[in-house]
Design a protein around this ligand. Structure first.
Ligand code: ADP
Length: 428
């Protein structure tokens, strides 16, 4: 049956419609695939973010709604990443500061768990490695600290506590404990080691006591003899004797004050060094000459030996003179009658060695390390009347100013040997 034109038209429309549906189906299928691919790409980026990789992704999000949403979410993540980086940097800086602090710092949270313990706190309180996040009551074995932390956690006022370190009673600490109210409740403990401060304080107190004692002895004598003179002004014989004693005691006080001032100047770094080539043999002989009357009276021999390579030294001659004078004076004083003293200069291992040796009693091993302390005297009964107990302390400081060191030992044959070691080259 021939097709009518209307049938033909109908068929054409139907075919067109079918084609259009097919084309639409193909197009929407392609779009769905594209969308699916984009969503997959976004999911991959999201997964990367979840795993902590916040590095900038490169997908092209597109300009439609999905693209805009993805782009703004990505910007938010990038911003978060920047903030996390900055927080991590701040934290690393804070940890570095805490780790290098000499003060111990410890923080506990509201539940009393250790949240932060720096190296110093760990060392001071002898905390175990895994103490973090554990209860401070179990971790810290110091009852005083535990009690004060408990009070701070309960909202108590900041408190200060003095304590000695666990298992080391020689050290003294000050602990400051305070409640924390910012960023959740908790408490913070800061510990300072004040052992050196206390030591310095006790040295200062001993020093004042020593000075007072050393000054009081001659002062009491001066006062007593002056009163005796006033009581009996007509006794001519006693008059001269008493005046002589007063004069001697006044000289002793003067020597003490002079030595104290010198020591104070040296300790304050107020003595400058004036270096020039120094004739060592001449210096040593002149010092020995100064004590000749004394040593001859004690029938002592004093020998000076200078090795050729030690004949000259670039140094502060006045300071070296005071050093050797003190050592020779001690040697003469502490060596019994008929003893031998030898003063030597040599170069040993590239350094200048100046030795003062005697044949006296030497120094007891326990005292060897202490004779350079101010006012330290090995044997009070044998201490020489004119001595101030400051001579060796001044020697030590003078030698330090000259960039050297002074050591003392007992010789195998008995008798003390003081050795002053100085650098040879000075380009300053
Ligand atoms: P002092 O004024 O008492 O001599 P020093 O500081 O010079 O003070 O010496 C400190 C102490 O060291 C002396 O009191 C003495 O006990 C001891 N001493 C110093 N030199 C010698 C030495 N050559 N032999 C033995 N003991 C010495």
């Amino acid at each position: 049956m021939p097709l009518t034109s209307s049938t033909m038209l109908l068929l054409g429309v139907a075919a067109g419609a079918a084609l259009a549906v097919a084309v639409i189906a193909i197009i929407s299928q392609a779009r769905a695939r594209r969308e699916a691919t984009r969503v997959e790409a976004l999911l991959a980026v999201a997964r990367r973010y979840v795993l902590g990789d916040l590095s900038r992704p490169a997908p092209h999000y597109g300009d439609d709604d999905l693209g805009r949403v993805a782009r703004s979410l990505d910007q938010a993540v990038q911003e978060l990443g920047r903030r996390i980086d900055s927080l991590a940097r701040d934290r690393a800086r804070m940890e570095a500061i805490l780790a290098s602090m000499i003060e111990g710092v410890l923080v506990v949270d509201e539940q009393g768990r250790l949240q932060l313990v720096n190296n110093a706190a760990r060392r001071i309180l002898k905390l175990e490695k895994g103490a973090l996040d554990h209860s401070y009551v179990e971790a810290i074995r110091h009852p005083g600290i535990v009690e004060h932390l408990g009070r701070a956690l309960a909202g108590g006022d900041p408190s200060v506590l003095e304590l000695s370190v666990t298992r080391d009673t020689t050290r003294t600490l000050v602990a400051q404990i305070a409640p924390v109210v910012a960023a959740g409740r908790g408490a913070v403990l800061v510990m300072h080691d004040i052992t050196d401060l206390r030591k310095a304080d006790s040295i200062r107190r001993d020093f004042v006591a020593n000075v007072s004692h050393e000054l009081r002895t001659p002062l009491t004598a001066i006062k007593g003899y002056a009163e005796a003179l006033l009581d009996d002004p007509d006794d001519r014989e006693a008059h001269d004797r008493f005046l002589e004693i007063i004069h001697r005691q006044a000289e002793r006080m003067e020597r003490l004050v002079k030595d104290l001032l010198r020591l104070a100047r040296l300790e304050a770094g107020q003595e400058t060094v004036d270096r020039a080539p120094c004739d060592i043999a001449a210096l040593l002989r002149s010092i020995v000459g100064d004590f000749e009357t004394m040593s001859t009276a004690k029938r002592q021999t004093v020998a000076v030996t200078v090795a050729p390579e030690a004949a000259e030294l670039n140094t502060d001659a006045a300071k070296l003179h005071d050093v050797v004078r003190n050592l020779v004076e001690n040697a003469v004083n502490y060596t019994p009658d008929g003893g031998d003293i030898s003063v030597t200069a040599a170069v040993v291992g590239g350094r200048f060695h100046l030795g003062v040796a005697d044949t006296g009693h030497g120094i007891a091993p326990d005292d060897l390390g202490r004779v350079f302390e101010r006012f330290y005297r090995v044997d009070k009964s044998r201490a020489r009347p004119g001595g101030t107990g400051l001579g060796l302390s001044i020697v030590k400081h003078l030698v330090q100013v000259l960039d050297g060191e002074v050591v003392v030992e007992n010789q195998a044959t008995g008798g003390a040997l003081f050795t002053v070691i100085l650098p040879i080259e000075h380009d300053r």
